[in-house]
Write a protein of this length. Structure first.
Length: 369
């Protein structure tokens, strides 16, 4: 968000010229625009604007967005602050205006200017909001309610009705192009929220009503066989589902050359942690059992942070209360094991004094050497 303010100055007495009314109008316009920017930012819990972002106007001018695009991140359990930190390094190719998780809403970019969220056609029209994904029903409830309120607030600030101004990333893919993502609908469905309900909830919030969602209970999956190993993805758009059947919703889609730790099996389905399942079809999945497990191959190696202020934990947890501290870029720990926490991988590690901690195993934030 810009820190520059417009100072309202009364014109001096003297000859009338056409310049003074123009300057007066321009000053008033900038003042109103600044107030609008503050109003939108006030809805965020934190404003952490990425430095050096381009100040490129929307197609109809500065601050003249035409709607909002709803996104969800492809990194389960990554909180909003991780999105902000990641996009602080990658903004030249992609960044959004807001990131929302179960604890807070963070503004990443000034809504007066475009973000690189969903291809050129969408970027010059819309504000972009990213929702952190989770397999935890309570965390979903909290994040979803924040998300819906923010989307409604952004539309309300410009007087744009949700029926016209609420877009999903999937809408952009099929209507405007320039992107191939289909979030956040499959993720929302995995928690029992249909597209119809999502749009209705945003409209309710837009009209000033309170929006609440009942967390979808996680039903225990029966007859899981213990198994370890690695699933290598050899195809494109491989469905990751919330259970071992096509009756379960799609959480997101996996891409070629990705690999995931396997934690269990049911029939031909592989469990990738928590409620994340993929069908073991040899035409697009290469599953290697525990004898070639990548999880065991990293034991004794160093996990090193790629970013500053990366959190590590006293327990296998993503909760704030379990944060033991932070580690800066280039520093790290010795790996003892690789574990799954709420469906996302962590390394169990120790420091030079032998104290045990847990840290993310997400390759966006760490590497192993």
């Amino acid at each position: 968000m810009s820190k520059d303010g417009a100072l309202f100055v009364w014109p001096k007495r003297g000859k009338y010229t056409m310049k003074k009314p123009i300057k007066l109008f321009s000053s008033l316009f900038m003042t109103l625009l600044l107030l609008f920017s503050f109003a939108t930012a006030s809805f965020a819990d934190r404003v952490l604007i990425i430095q050096d972002l381009p100040k490129q106007a929307y197609r109809y001018g500065v601050g003249a967005y035409e709607g909002v695009v709803a996104h969800s991140t492809a990194t389960p359990e990554a909180p909003a602050i991780n999105i902000q930190r990641y996009e602080s390094r990658t903004w030249r190719s992609a960044f959004v205006h807001y990131a929302v998780d179960w604890d807070e809403t963070i503004q990443i970019a000034d809504t007066k200017y475009i973000a690189y969220g969903a291809g050129p056609a969408a970027n010059k029209r819309f504000v972009h909001v990213e929702l952190s994904e989770t397999s935890n029903p309570a965390k979903f409830k909290s994040s979803y309610e924040r998300y819906v309120k923010l989307l409604a607030k952004i539309l309300k600030d410009r007087g744009i009705h949700p029926s016209k101004g609420l877009w999903t990333h999937k809408d952009i893919t099929y209507k405007l192009g320039g992107t191939d993502h289909e979030d956040p609908l499959d993720y929302l469905r995995s928690h029992g929220v249909s597209e119809l309900q999502f749009r209705a909830d945003v409209q309710k919030a837009y009209e000033g009503a309170t929006v609440t969602v009942k967390p979808k209970p996680q039903e225990p999956i029966q007859n899981i066989v213990g198994a370890t190993g690695v699933a290598y993805i050899n195809g494109y758009n491989v469905n990751l589902r919330s259970g071992p059947s096509t009756n379960y919703g799609i959480i997101r889609q996996l891409s070629k050359d990705e690999s995931y730790q396997v934690w269990g099996k049911q029939g031909d389905w592989l469990n990738l942690g928590g409620n994340q399942w993929v069908y073991n079809n040899p035409s697009y999945i290469k599953y290697q059992g525990e004898q070639t497990s990548a999880a065991s191959s990293v034991v004794g190696k160093r996990v090193v942070s790629k970013v500053d202020n990366l959190r590590f934990y006293d327990a296998a947890s993503w909760n704030d209360k379990d944060v033991a501290g932070t580690v800066d870029e280039g520093l790290g720990f010795t790996i003892d094991a690789k574990v799954s926490v709420n469906g996302s991988p962590q390394y169990k590690v120790h420091n030079s004094k032998g104290t045990t901690y847990y840290i993310t195993a997400n390759e966006a934030y760490v590497y192993v050497k």
